[in-house]
Design a binder for this molecule. Structure first.
Ligand code: NAP
Length: 331
């Protein structure tokens, strides 16, 4: 069995290039004691991957030069030396950008393709979905009747956060790029309004969409969008700092919000979070989200791109916004 792999060859400067990766083929590994051999079927492409390529202190160790590029994957068990899994089982794991990997059985999570298609476990019912749920309910403390604003609203995290906000009874506004995505989040996902950051004044559009101000901002972008949202906060507003995709490829100093004194004036708070801290509570989130998914109240959209070879270029689509929903590589 041939194993195609992408290894990190160089630390990118700015936007990652194909030459930052090494494409290699070799034999699939053999599973050791208590290990399982998994054939990846879908590879998750996440903005966080850009941060993992930097040699910087973070919530997780950087990918080392010469290592397989880290990625969450959904795959099929091919061989197992553990009583926990048998060939034919489907699992979620940190399988990396490659065809095959081995892992200790205890590090894998069983997933059920009868309940949802495999790519959904990389998005809505996976890590991005958990990020949306805990970012909104725990960090943002969103409550019925409040106004919630979400950036990167058509994406993996944002689209789920918006739909959960609607389930909680919030007035929900999404910020996204382009007319088609604005229509998608309002007409298909049920957001109350959309703001197009690529068209006209963000400030004027936000003012029109949130005339009474914002109670919760779920921030996926940072940058100018965060700075503009700060000007529209209500008293005791909460900002959940989920990500700052506008800054990940920047070669300059991270742009901080100049309007931060709005936090003082409005007795508001801004709090960052990392989804993995909530891992023990994922079952609690899924107990609410799976019924919503089954009842059609939580729609899931994946943009599935075929071909492991396309990885370097496909990854960049996260940063150009050239996709809708969760970006996944099919292998
Ligand atoms: P995603 O939203 O599916 O894809 C990225 C989206 O970011 C793009 O589709 C685009 O939105 C938007 N974007 C890219 N460049 C932009 C720019 N210059 N200005 C405005 N928007 C821009 O990705 P995701 O996986 O759901 O991740 C969303 C955010 O959550 C990221 O910041 C990520 O790092 C963060 N995150 C955090 C955690 C955590 O534990 N804190 C966990 C998972 C993800 P449009 O399509 O609307 O243009």
């Amino acid at each position: 069995m041939e194993n195609r792999q992408y290894l990190l060859a160089k630390r990118p400067v700015g936007q990652p290039q194909r030459s930052d990766f090494e494409y290699r083929t070799g034999p699939a590994p053999d599973p050791g004691p208590d290990e399982v051999l998994v054939r990846n079927r879908y590879i998750s492409l996440d903005p966080a991957m850009r941060g993992w390529m930097n040699d910087a202190r973070s919530y997780i160790r950087p990918v080392q030069i010469g290592e397989v590029m880290r990625a969450g994957t959904a795959g099929e068990v091919i061989a197992s030396n553990s009583p926990l899994f048998a060939p034919g089982d489907f699992v979620y794991g940190s399988g990396g950008v490659q065809d095959y990997y081995t892992a200790q059985a205890r590090h894998l999570q069983r997933i059920d393709p009868q309940l949802a298609p495999l790519p959904v476990y990389l998005g809505t019912l996976g890590m991005p979905g958990m990020t949306a749920y805990f970012g909104l309910t725990e960090v943002g403390q969103a409550k019925a009747g409040e106004t919630v604003v979400i950036s990167a609203a058509s994406g993996a995290v944002g689209s789920v956060a918006g739909q959960i906000a609607k389930q909680l009874g919030c007035r929900t506004i999404g910020i996204t790029g382009g007319e088609a995505k604005c229509r998608y989040i309002t007409e298909t996902l049920g957001f109350d309004a959309a703001v197009d950051y690529q068209a006209g004044s963000l400030r004027d559009q936000l003012k029109a969409a949130c005339p009474d101000g914002i109670d919760v901002y779920f921030d996926n972008t940072g940058g100018e969008i965060l700075d503009t949202v700060l000007t529209r906060l209500r008293m005791k507003a909460r900002i959940a700092v989920c990500g700052a995709i506008t800054q990940y490829n920047s070669t300059e100093k991270t742009a901080g919000p100049s309007n931060y004194l709005s936090l003082l004036v409005n007795r508001a708070r801004m709090e960052g979070f990392v989804v993995f801290d909530y891992a023990p509570r994922y079952p609690e989130a899924l107990a609410r989200m799976i019924p919503w998914y089954q009842e059609g109240k939580l729609l899931s959209r994946e943009e599935i791109v075929p071909g492991l070879e396309t990885f370097p270029e496909t990854l960049l689509r996260l940063f150009t916004g050239d996709k809708t929903g969760k970006l996944v590589l099919a292998v």
